[in-house]
Design a protein around this ligand. Structure first.
Ligand code: FE2
Ligand code: FE2
Length: 490
């Protein structure tokens, strides 16, 4: 009987260990929700009203219209849910972009279905969505945009429909992974060439008729003109992606990599004016990148976020120990723990100001306050206690918020472990290093700093192993290799 109880307890413990804290989804205001709902209704009306224009109108047609209307409304809802699932921090502006693109495609279909190939209508928006919101959202969008045709008289050639689905899916899948504008340009050349060849092979011989309604105005359904139009539309889309990025706050991989360029003026300033902080930042990048790879997070996001996390220290570099270089510590001269705590908090506030000035995307700016969370400035709190100052602990804590994503949480843990690992003796064993890492992470966990991050116990375990691997690399780098005088080989 006792065995059963122990086993049950163990099972319950294991189940608890795998649970992640329940995180509140991003709140969207009522007004935004209403606008989004109205656009969805508009999409449903535009996509179904032609059913009601049939004369004489029978009761079956009204049922058919109602069914189509509801179906499209549900599809739009599912699309929004998928985008929220893929991007938990998605904003109302971005949801608005997704459904407005759907609305635009439906209007274009009504106006130009007999003129323009469906490939040119559906593939360019799919590229924008995959770049900004990810492949899964783009695939969901493509399936809805390809299946719903507002004009019941329009029937797409089966082969063309197949080519449309394959090309749009390829763009959606690759678009979410592409890491440079050059690769985007390659995509905008190869997809039209691919669609041209496949149309030529599959439907080129049957006197091309992708829509059997009216005569074609544009090049009479010429597959070469269709593919050329697709290439031009894709090139224009790529040209306008930076504008979409700034209007809708999209964070594409290409933008992330551009921001991670160490030649960016802000990063150059950090390396020149606060070299200690710059070195600390580079080491943190290594720790955070390794840990994010282990748990399967967004590596490009964390690398860029890590680069900018302490940018606020530029406001007063010599107030931070890593930049003091053995010179006098201004905190000692100030001799006021409360003021010192304010200087520390200022590196977050000033960092956010730098982020706004330099138009850093919100997802990157989030790393600035969240890497400090509501951590206690223990050293200065202790000093205040020594001075018998009767002051609440609250004044010695950062203002937060605590990390809201796995990536910002990893950065907080890397930030905590960096100095300890750097200071560790070269002869320290792996066990000692792991113990140090574990105790730092445990203190953050106990303090409730990871409560909103969605990190599971298993992931925290993997993060510890990743930090240990980086420590092994650091140690390896610091070992001096014996060199002989006549050693000419390298
Ligand atoms: Fe910091
Ligand atoms: Fe830091």
């Amino acid at each position: 009987m006792q065995n059963i109880t122990t086993t049950l307890k163990k099972l319950f413990y294991l189940w608890r260990r795998n649970q992640v804290p329940v995180k509140q989804p991003i709140k969207i205001s009522r007004i935004d929700n209403l606008i989004i709902f109205l656009v969805c209704i508009l999409i449903s009306i535009i996509s179904s009203y032609k059913i009601l224009l049939i004369s004489p109108l029978k009761i079956v047609d009204i049922f058919s219209w109602f069914w189509t209307f509801t179906e499209i409304l549900i599809c739009s809802g599912v699309l929004i849910l998928v985008s929220k699932k893929e991007n938990p921090t998605i904003s109302s502006r971005q949801i608005f972009l997704i459904i407005t693109l759907l609305l635009l495609v439906q209007v274009t279909k009504l106006a130009l279905a007999s003129t323009i190939s469906p490939l040119s209508m559906i593939i360019p928006p799919a590229l924008i969505i995959s770049q900004g919101m990810g492949s899964i959202t783009a695939l969901a969008w493509v399936s809805i945009a390809s299946l719903i045709w507002p004009d019941p008289e329009i029937v797409i050639n089966n082969n063309l429909f197949f080519i449309l689905l394959v090309s749009a899916s390829v763009v959606s899948l690759l678009g979410g992974r592409i890491r440079s504008r050059a690769q985007l340009l390659q995509l905008s050349i190869f997809v039209p060439i691919g669609s041209f060849l496949s149309q030529w092979i599959l439907i080129g011989t049957e006197k091309i008729s992708f829509i059997n309604k009216r005569d074609f105005v544009l090049a009479n359904g010429d597959i070469f003109s269709d593919s050329l139009l697709l290439a031009i539309a894709m090139l224009f889309t790529i040209l306008f992606i930076p504008i979409f990025e700034s209007i809708f706050g999209l964070l594409t991989k290409a933008r992330l990599l551009e921001l991670a360029d160490k030649e960016k003026p802000l990063i150059r300033r950090l390396s020149l004016e606060a070299p200690g902080t710059f070195e600390h930042t580079l080491l943190i990048c290594g720790l955070a990148e390794e840990a994010t790879r282990m748990i399967g997070g967004d590596i490009d996001l964390i690398k860029t976020g890590a680069l900018y996390h302490d940018i606020g220290k530029l406001h007063a570099p010599n107030w931070f120990i890593e930049n003091q270089d053995g010179s006098k510590n201004p905190h000692d001269e100030l001799d006021d723990p409360i003021k010192s705590a304010e200087v520390l908090q200022a590196h977050v506030d000033e960092g956010l100001k730098f982020a706004r000035k330099n138009r850093l995307p919100k997802l990157i700016a989030n790393f600035i306050p969240e890497h400090q969370g509501t951590l206690k400035m223990g050293y200065f709190f202790q000093k205040a206690k020594e001075k018998n100052l009767d002051i609440d602990e609250y004044y010695f804590r950062y203002k937060g918020p605590i990390p809201q994503s796995k990536e910002t949480a990893i950065l907080m843990l890397a930030d905590g472990c960096e100095a300890a690992l750097r200071a560790m003796n070269i002869n320290a064993s792996n066990k000692e290093a792991l113990e140090t890492i574990s105790s730092i992470i445990y203190s953050r966990e106990k303090d409730g700093q990871l409560d909103d991050s969605n990190l599971s116990k298993g992931e925290i375990f993997l993060i510890k192993r990743a930090f240990l691997n980086v420590w092994k690399r650091i140690r390896h780098r610091r070992i001096q290799y014996p060199t002989s005088k006549n050693n000419t080989f390298s």
